[in-house]
Ligand binder design. Sequence first.
Ligand SMILES: [Mg+2]
Length: 282
Amino acid sequence: MLPTASPLILFTDLDGCLLNKHDYDWSPAAATLQTLRDRRIPVIMNSSKTVPEMSRLAGQLGLADYPFVSENGSVICWGGETGQPLGDVEIIGASRDHILEVLRSLKPQYRFRSFADLGLAGVAAETQLPEDSARMALSRQGTEPLLWDDGDEQRTKFEQALRDHQLTLTRGGRFWHVAGQTSKGRAMQIVAQRLSPSDPSSQRTGPPILAAIGDSPIDQSMLDLADVPIGIPTPSGLGVHVAAGRGIVATAQGAAGWAEAVSQLLTRLERDASPPSQSPLH
Ligand SMILES: [Mg+2]
């Protein structure tokens, strides 16, 4: 993969950001995505979705030439689907095989049903996804969702047992997610480093600026490590902390808010890049 010549790399969550929460529409962001494409600014998706789910979206969104981050920072897919061969998949934290092995060892002591226990029909029923979507959701490499059927006290013990295996447990709606020690922010740093020019002569203008867009607490690690954190509001208000001054908070939700915030970011970068002597307002 070639380093980018772009002064900016944009990392973005999908649901509730580039994609509307309920209808998954992204048409309000289409023109802005085209602007980014024209300027060759890399847009890196960073989501809880799986590699097959995101590969399909990458094609639809015109982002197939860029790497993306799946399963909440657990998997980096280095290649795109269109125009170049499918790249390597890198697992950060723990592999799903390892997670399933640990879950099997804990099974006698705790009551839970993971995706592997549910199988395709069970996942389709519990998530209300059509079978082909359920199959893509099951195609995981670094995380395992589960339904907790035991008490809270048991869950605290379960969490400790997972920690002993360097695994984490995070709540995401109905499902709990078991993962290795990673985060969206950590995966963002790995991708950014790989995309940044290592040639000192190309670094005269400094490394690319990292902007990260998110709407929920799982995105916070990414926002905290970005030069420009961007928050998209949810129906119940802003779900992330955005550093005042360097950050941007959209007023609209979903794809419309995404487009609004990215336009604001591009305007800010153009303003900062133009020499003061050429500014008519100076
Ligand atoms: Mg989201």
